[in-house]
Design a binder for this molecule. Structure first.
Ligand code: TYM
Length: 329
């Protein structure tokens, strides 16, 4: 089984990225061949300062290693160091259509914040590159948070369309989403997703522990006093319960049971303790890796390994669509 996922280095990673994706990548290491990459080409789809992008890229690489990904088991690489991503993108863009791309929630949300004249083609065509990332490694499973499911579904549509025309060339991927924590909400407004690009109410993985505690203690709660999971009437408490349960690796019901007699303040303190207990040591590992620069060798080796697979798939696709391979004639 091949497993593939990635994170965009567009800003400070949030607790949402950690709970919805990063924390779980390592769990796949013993069940298959894992490819985890930094989606730096995707980071260009909205304006970003070059230094900031480079810095974030180093951060994401260090976070990957700090999360327990083992480069001996997992191929960790930078998207832009494997040129096959862009080459496959150039072919696959012909098999997704304007209508379906314009219906993508992420595109609608992000483009709504821009003037029509400032919406880049890359933002619109984002799912084509993401599909290329996935099929390039014949990935069977793509672990993601809820907001990326639509893109994986579109990849499946593309694969079906492509294979119907050319035979069984591409592998159809499935997404895998966590039962608990696939959508962590903002702490100040639990009706919106916690997101790198909308930092209000976020917990950042680089926040110092005192700030993390403060943010959780002042998270928006709901009327009433019971700690109960009820997304509709208690979105703030439900979000905190989700954070607690996913950090502790338990179900929502188990988490709820622990707090049947607790007041909000006491409950928030327990959530803050749990997050700090996990993120504290993670930050220590991150700092050490980031300072040592050891992630650079990992990325170099990862790119070489990734390229071997990517190159084979690209050739297969080029051949299927009828591009003449002059090296083999
Ligand atoms: P990105 O960088 O926005 O997010 C990385 C991962 O974090 C998850 N996530 C969340 N999970 C729970 N709660 C949240 N509030 C939250 N916010 C983010 C995302 O669902 C994602 O799994 N397009 C992708 C990167 C990408 C990719 C790929 C992923 C490019 N190519 C191929 C998988 C396969 C993205 O922008 O993720």
């Amino acid at each position: 089984m091949r497993i593939l996922s990635g994170i965009k280095p567009t800003g400070n990673l949030t607790l949402g990225n950690y709970i919805g994706a990063l924390k779980h990548f390592k769990d796949f290491q013993d069940s298959g061949e894992v490819y985890i990459f930094i989606a730096d080409l995707h980071a260009l789809t909205l304006p970003i300062d070059p230094e900031f992008l480079r810095d974030n890229t180093r951060d994401v690489a260090s976070f990957y290693l700090a999360s327990g990904l083992d480069p001996k088991k997992t191929t960790i690489f930078l998207q832009s160091s494997v040129s096959e991503h862009a080459e496959l993108n150039a072919i696959l863009q012909n098999y997704l259509y304007m209508g379906e791309l314009s219906r993508m929630t992420q595109f609608k949300d992000k483009s709504a914040k821009l003037k029509q004249s400032a919406i880049g083609l890359g933002l619109f065509a984002y799912p084509v590159l993401m599909a290329s990332d996935i099929v390039l490694y014949d990935a069977d499973v793509v672990p993601v948070g809820e907001d990326q499911i639509q893109h994986v579904e579109l990849t499946r549509d593309l694969v079906k369309r492509f294979n119907a025309r050319y035979g069984e060339v591409l592998v159809e991927p499935k997404y895998q989403m966590n039962k608990v924590g696939a959508r962590i909400m903002s702490l100040t407004d639990p009706s919106v997703k916690m997101s790198k690009s909308d930092p209000k109410g976020d917990i950042f993985l680089k926040d110092d522990l005192a700030t993390i505690r403060k943010k959780i203690m002042s998270a928006k709660t709901d009327s009433g006093s019971e700690v109960k999971f009820d997304k509709e009437n208690k979105p703030g408490i439900s979000n905190l319960l989700t954070i607690y349960a996913s950090i502790k690796g338990m179900s929502i019901e188990e988490a709820e049971k622990q707090f049947t007699a607790a007041r909000y303040g006491e409950f928030k303190k327990a959530v803050a303790d749990a997050v700090i207990e996990e993120i504290g040591p993670f930050q220590e590992r991150y700092k050490q890796i980031r300072e040592s620069g050891e992630y650079l060798a990992v990325l170099r080796e990862g790119a070489q390994k990734a390229k071997q697979i990517a190159h084979q798939t690209l050739k297969r696709v080029q051949n299927a669509v009828g591009l003449l391979n002059i090296d083999e004639l």
